[in-house]
Write a protein that binds this ligand. Structure first.
Ligand code: GLC
Length: 748
């Protein structure tokens, strides 16, 4: 009897674990095919349709416990067979929901989907790009630019774990994150959603996030599928404004913009969101070469692509490459878009049915897209899920998550100037705190925070501290605040100057208000003039000034930074940013952040650290205010003894790099050690250096650690004249700190 039960179980395990050459689970593939064979064309096209939750909820749905208009929900799920819903019930200013409401909302959708003929689950997506963004009191991490500044893969992994757990605790299924775009255009209003300018750093932290978010089994109760975005080349608009043309040649595409997506695909991300803009005159949603030839043919992606917001119809309404909405749907679906974020109606559904009936879009293309969508729904366990699987308690907004979040914020803050060790401050110091970002949580969190723009300060949790509140909490000295309640409130400079004279130190918090997407477009990186005026007036008092900045972009501070006693760049450190900044200002934490971008000296001074030799031919050409990888500590760290296990290798061989790192300071500190490589002579001009490895260590005073890094042959490769990745024989240089060692690669 036992063996009888045992054998089928064994066989099902064998079948379940049978994976084909593409890495596809055969048991899932069989289920997909069986289901697909039963589906009507309407049910298939419905799966390719994603709508905003506003289509099926009452106006001001965020203000009522049960926001659904059940007739419209039934029409969407039962009659239009929709495959996905996204976003939060919204007023113009989307508002975060209590978690209990999310759980009941998503359960209502699951129950309705169970009433469909084939019971295909709806996948609910949200932009939890730094935590469960539209769930009240969720753990909201530093934004990606800050996570990059930690140079700490482990923290990115933990962020992925916590974001996934809190998204699932909300009953939501799918996270439109991470952004794998490379941030090389500092004017772009979504720079802070990227992991910065370096391919290796972005790929490493993005992978860690995905691994934490999806775990080994994406269908686990506290795991959820991720979504790489925005494929590809969206982050490099020539004029710096969101959703404007990028001009990216194939070599730059393959060197700088494809690799992070390739890494995300290798890490197992099952969905990809498409670039809203255009590259070289081809809108992302109509680019067959990117969406099919490269993504499927070269990168072997087997998941599904989802359009970005309204971007299929925009091929007609904005880009004018489609003569009608019908033409736009045909173009996008044939280019390789599998699911349409329509999102306000069923136009995509109606038009695509027409296109299939008229033979303009073959059923085979519909089957291909639906196969991918069903595959991901099976992979993520949606078919077996009939309620939010994990409890709120123990999985949501826990003290452990808050502590990890605070550590991430601390490690993401970058100390770039500390004249005569001015910092840390004594906790008896009397301090004037002033500036437009001193007393707001929004300026430390950025967009996709409780609301889309993150700018509704009244919605922010009352138990989280602004920089001002955190300073007040931490010091016994007298603290006075001169400033407004909102970012744009005028600051009385005369009052600030008078107060400065009554205090030991001024903490001046400048920077940007919160924004995302086109709303955040700017014409210059210069800071608003009033901020410079305030700074200069305070410097004129002769009082020491600590300059703190918050915001998503490197605004120009050159003129004032050199007059400050210390400069600390906060960027967007998240909900624990205030306490983390105060931890650093008063020395409870030793700063360890390093810049993931080149910080420009002037607004048009956009040169990246991995620049070409001709960009340093004239020494003044590459002259950032603070370079990529720069960041100070209250300790001093030195690397030494840089050495390689070989100095002669053949093409295809790896090489091991070893180096000692010592904390010669008086206090324990963390330090990211960065390993750069230069291909000295090659058939295509090579960057003078590129990051190829990094590790972060935590060392006591006078402690030394030896680090070993494996540089693979992949690290030595580049895109050749023929646009193919290659390695060439010749001399290479490894650089760590102030040392460099050369090795030779020889033909086999
Ligand atoms: C937006 C963004 C994208 C986001 C999507 C859904 O327009 O470009 O990052 O995931 O819409 O909110």
């Amino acid at each position: 009897m036992k063996s009888k039960i045992y054998l089928p179980f064994l066989f099902s395990i064998f079948l379940a674990s049978k994976v084909d050459a593409q890495g596809l689970d055969q048991a899932i593939e069989e289920k997909v095919q069986t289901l697909l064979d039963q589906m009507t064309l309407e049910e298939k096209v419905g799966q390719m349709t994603q709508i905003d939750v506003g289509v099926v909820t009452v106006m001001d749905g965020q203000d009522v416990p049960q926001p659904f208009d059940m007739e419209r929900l039934s029409d969407a799920i039962i009659n239009h067979h929709i495959g996905s819903i996204l976003n939060a019930p919204s007023t113009p200013n989307n508002q975060a929901q209590p978690i209990e409401k999310w759980r009941s909302m998503t359960q209502t959708i699951r129950t309705m989907a169970q009433q469909t003929r084939l019971k295909i689950p709806v996948i609910y997506g949200i932009d939890a790009i730094h935590g469960a963004t539209y769930t009240q009191n969720s753990t909201l991490f530093p934004q990606a630019i800050n996570m990059a500044a930690t140079f700490n893969r482990d923290l990115s992994f933990k962020e992925g774990e916590i974001a996934s757990r809190e998204v699932k605790a909300s009953g939501i299924d799918w996270n439109f994150s991470p952004v794998m775009d490379i941030g090389r255009q500092p004017l772009w209003p979504r720079l802070w959603e990227t992991y910065g300018e370096d391919v290796y750093l972005a790929s490493s932290l993005g992978r860690a996030f995905i691994e934490g978010h999806q775990g080994d089994n994406m269908s686990a109760a506290d795991k959820a599928p991720t979504c790489l975005k925005h494929y590809v080349g969206y982050s490099f608009p020539l004029n710096g404004k969101d959703r404007t043309p990028a001009w990216i040649g194939e070599r730059m595409l393959r060197e700088y913009f494809l690799p992070s997506f390739e890494e995300g695909i290798k890490a197992g991300a099952p969905t990809i969101m498409v670039n809203s803009a255009e590259v070289d005159g081809i809108p992302g949603h109509a680019n067959y070469q990117y969406l099919t030839t490269i993504l499927r043919g070269e990168l072997g992606f087997t998941g599904f692509t989802v359009s970005d917001w309204e971007d299929i119809i925009r091929l007609y309404s904005r880009d004018k490459i489609a003569a009608s909405p019908r033409e736009a749907v045909k173009m996008a679906v044939l280019a390789g878009v599998d699911m349409s974020m329509v999102p306000f109606n069923f136009s995509f559904y109606d038009l695509l049915l027409e296109l299939v009936h008229s033979g303009d879009v073959p059923v085979s293309r519909i089957d291909e897209a639906v196969t991918r969508i069903l595959r991901v729904k099976y992979q993520t366990g949606l078919f077996e899920r009939n309620e939010p699987e994990i409890l709120v308690s123990g999985n949501f907004a826990t003290k452990e998550a808050e502590a990890i979040n605070r550590q991430a914020a601390q490690e993401s803050i970058v100390l770039v100037r500390n004249e005569k060790q001015f910092l840390p401050l004594s906790k008896k110091t009397s301090i004037l705190v002033t500036g437009p970002t001193a007393n707001l949580l929004s300026v430390m969190n950025g967009g996709w925070t409780l609301t889309w723009q993150g700018d509704n300060e009244s919605l922010y949790p009352k138990d989280k501290l602004t920089l001002l509140k955190a300073i007040e909490q931490k010091t016994s000295g007298k603290v006075t605040y001169v400033g407004g309640k909102n970012y744009q409130d005028e600051i009385n400079i005369e009052q600030a100057v008078n107060e400065a004279r009554q205090h030991d130190v001024v903490v001046l918090a400048l920077g940007e208000k919160t924004y995302t997407e086109t709303i955040g477009n700017i014409d210059t990186l210069n800071l608003p003039f009033v901020q410079i005026q305030l700074a200069k007036a305070l410097f004129a008092t002769g009082k020491p000034v600590v300059l703190v900045t918050f915001g998503g972009r490197p605004r120009i501070i050159t003129e004032i930074a050199k007059q400050a006693n210390a400069v600390v760049l906060g960027f967007l450190p998240g909900m624990e940013g205030g306490v983390a900044m105060a931890d650093i200002l008063f020395g409870d934490v030793n700063p360890s952040g390093k810049l993931p971008i080149s910080y420009p000296r002037n607004t048009n001074d956009i040169v990246h650290y991995d620049h070409k030799p001709m960009e340093t031919f004239d020494p003044n050409q590459y002259n950032p205010l603070y370079p990529f990888g720069y960041g100070l500590s209250y300790s001093q760290f030195e690397t030494s003894g840089l050495r390689l296990d070989k100095t002669q290798i053949n093409i295809g061989d790896n090489i091991e790099v070893s180096v000692e790192v010592k904390n010669s300071g008086k206090i324990t500190g963390k330090e990211a050690v960065l390993v750069y490589l230069n291909d000295v002579v090659a058939s295509v001009t090579r960057p003078t250096k590129q990051l190829k490895a990094f590790a972060k260590v935590d060392l006591k005073s006078n402690e030394t650690q030896t680090l070993h890094f494996d540089l693979s042959s992949e690290a030595m490769s580049f895109i050749g004249v023929d646009m193919k990745r290659r390695i060439e024989a010749g001399e290479f240089k490894v650089m760590v700190g102030s040392e460099s060692v050369n090795f030779n690669v020889n033909e086999k």
